[in-house]
Structures are given as structure tokens and as C-alpha cells.
Design a protein around this ligand. Structure first.
Ligand code: COI
Length: 355
């Protein structure tokens, strides 16, 4: 797809941090490349699109985003292809979702020529930061926040859009223990559950901390009314292997994030001939199936997390165990997705956007 190139100013850093960085198994989200992209929404239009050396930005203490939370983001990955090229995985899907989040939070949409072309040019500038190891990638974090300097409660008139890059290894390396949450709520119909907005993550932290204190890695959210239907895991969509089929919560209530990895998983499973059902899933259904030996696997799927094995699911006093050594569907999905992402099989869906 051809995009009109915006006028992106590039200021290169005078020295690179890269020689001091070990890329193999680098912890998620702590190391950032040499450059970042920044653009300003002022006077009703986007302007000053620029790539510049990575570093702190100046923000006024009255910054509207800090006080009222108009802040959204995306998570995308770029992968190394055989032969040295780099491809961004499904950036247009994240671009569309970003603007869905923007509309929900009463923020301006970011045009394609800034979101897509900006990240393409940024990655081209910092391409040497791509980690060339299995299950590693260059994580791309586009984000936008209100930048009015005023504490009146109203939508900001000014915004900043930025993209930063972080070389990343596997997010959750060990199989996860998941706690089914019945006290706190992440999202409710009519709320902001489908938007990738900062407050959703802030609202999840107390529940996650309490689950962690009991030895769990993440919570599995349940619906706000009955705590009966499962929604998603902290940073991932969730899938279950039930009687040979794969089931995952549907998106109709607007309470879970429409994951790009979620959609990719559904697609590769169906191509492999697996029946996938997107529907309401009651926790009792899972428990009953588990006791009957029909619930055989559970996994999380997300951009940062990729495919994360679940080894334990705790619901009230019941614990469902899944032996990581006996999984079939979970490794198959990961293998098929990786083959596409790392360019080892033809890209029939045109999911790869070459930098
Ligand atoms: C992602 O998977 O990219 C996310 O944004 C989830 C998380 C790291 C916040």
C-alpha cells in the first residue's frame, strides 16, 4: 500500500546506546532504542512530525492526561525476516484499533501517514536494534495523550502522539498461574473495556497485585454483573481447548480488547482445521469440562505476550491444572504464528508490512 509521505523531520542521535546493550533475553519494556517519533495536535491539526533522539520530554504539571487520563496506546511487533528485511506484523489492525480507542476517549484520530509511515521510518532509523534470536522482536509502542496545560475537566484541545521502540524477548517465559477474579471488575458493557486506554491497566493493578501476593501471575477477569463469564487475562486475550475445539470470549459486549494476536490465533487455528467458537464462556462450564477431562489446555494471546501457556487456573477453591509437557494446541498455534511472523511460510493474509 502506498502512503503519501508526511514531512517527517529526522534528527539523528550523535551516539548509539546499542553497543552497551545485550539483546538476547532482554527483559520486556525496559530498554529503548536511540530514537523516537513525536507529533503534535494543535489548532485542530497534526503538525511537527519528527524523529529525534530518544529522551525525556517536558510536560507541564497541569498536563490534562495526568489528571483525567486521556491517554491511549498500542502494542505492535516488528520481526526479522530471512535475508535481513524487517516486517511489522499487522500494523493496520493496530492503527484501526488505536483510532477506535481515540474516539472512545474523545481524542483526535491519528492519520495513517503519521501512524504507519512514522513507525516505518522510525524502525528504518533504528533497524540495528532488531534482536535476532528466537521469540524476540522489536516491540513498537505508539501512544497519544492529552497535552493541554489546564485542569478543567473537558477534552483537551492539544495532544501528543509518540512512538517508541523496545527490543524484546519473550514476555512471560514460564507457564502462568492464573487467578479467576471475582471481586474486582475490569470492564462493563458501555464502558471502556474495548479501548486500549491507560486507565484500564491502572484499574487492574490492585487485583493483579493481590493475585501475585498469592503466587499467581495474572487475573482472569469475569463479567461485572455475575462474575460468571470470563473476559480476558491482564494483558492478553484467553483461549481454552474444550473437547477438541477452541473457545474464546466473543467481542460483542465491548468489554474485552479486540486483540490482533487473538484474531491471528483464530485465523491460523481455523486454517489448521480446528473449530473455533467465539462465545460467552461461563467459568462453571470450564470447571465441569475440566472435571470430565475435556478441558485440556488454556493459553493467553497478546502482542507482548505472544502465546503464553497457562499451567494453573484457580477458581474459588478449585484449581485446574494443565501439564505444560502435554500441550498440543498451544505449541501448534505458536509455531504457526511464528512461521508467519518470521517469514518462514508465505504471507497469504498479507499480515507483514515490510519496512
Ligand atoms: C501488548 O500486548 O502489546 C500490550 O499492550 C499489553 C501490555 C504489555 C500492556
Amino acid at each position: 500500500m502506498m502512503i503519501a509521505a508526511p514531512d517527517i523531520q529526522v534528527e539523528r542521535s550523535t551516539s548509539s546506546k546499542l553497543p552497551g546493550v545485550v539483546l538476547e533475553n532482554i527483559p520486556f519494556g525496559r530498554v529503548f532504542t536511540d530514537h523516537m517519533l513525536e507529533a503534535d495536535f494543535e489548532g485542530g491539526e497534526w503538525k511537527n512530525v519528527r524523529i529525534k533522539p530518544y529522551g525525556p520530554i517536558e510536560v507541564d504539571p497541569s498536563n490534562a492526561a495526568w489528571h483525567y487520563g486521556q491517554s491511549i496506546f498500542e502494542g505492535i511487533k516488528a520481526y526479522p525476516l530471512p535475508g535481513g528485511e524487517v516486517a511489522i506484523f499487522r500494523p493496520y489492525d493496530n492503527f484501526r484499533r488505536f483510532n477506535i480507542s481515540a474516539r472512545r476517549m474523545q481524542m483526535p484520530e491519528v492519520p495513517e501517514e503519521i501512524f504507519i509511515e512514522g513507525m516505518r521510518q522510525l524502525i528504518a532509523v533504528d533497524k540495528d536494534w532488531m534482536p535476532h534470536y528466537p521469540n524476540h522482536a522489536l516491540y513498537i509502542r505508539p501512544f497519544m495523550f492529552a497535552s493541554d496545560n489546564a485542569i478543567g475537566v473537558r477534552p483537551s484541545e492539544n495532544y501528543k502522539f509518540m512512538v517508541i521502540l523496545s527490543p524484546s524477548g519473550p514476555y512471560y517465559t514460564a507457564p502462568m498461574r492464573i487467578y479467576v477474579e471475582e471481586q474486582y471488575v475490569r470492564a462493563v458493557k458501555g464502558g471502556v473495556g474495548y479501548a486500549k486506554t491507560a486507565g484500564n491497566y491502572a484499574a487492574a493493578m490492585l487485583a493483579t497485585a493481590e493475585a501475585r501476593a498469592q503466587g499467581y501471575d495474572q487475573v482472569l477477569w469475569t463479567d461485572a454483573f455475575e462474575h460468571r463469564y470470563v473476559q480476558e487475562i491482564g494483558t492478553m486475550n484467553v483461549f481454552f481447548v474444550l473437547d477438541g475445539k477452541v473457545v474464546t470470549p466473543d467481542l460483542s459486549a465491548g468489554t474485552i480488547l479486540a486483540g490482533v494476536t487473538r484474531d491471528s490465533v483464530i485465523t491460523v487455528l481455523r486454517e489448521a482445521g480446528v473449530v473455533v467458537e467465539e462465545r460467552a464462556i461461563a467459568i462453571e462450564e470450564l470447571l465441569t469440562a475440566y472435571k470430565a477431562g475435556q478441558l485440556t489446555e488454556a493459553f493467553g494471546a497478546g502482542t507482548a505476550a505472544t502465546i503464553s501457556t497457562i499451567k494453573e487456573l484457580r477458581y474459588k477453591e478449585e484449581v485446574m491444572h494443565f501439564d505444560p509437557a502435554s500441550l498440543r494446541m498451544t505449541p501448534m498455534v505458536l509455531e504457526r504464528l511464528n512461521a508467519i511472523r518470521y517469514g518462514h511460510v508465505p504471507d497469504v493474509h498479507e499480515w507483514l508490512f515490510r519496512v
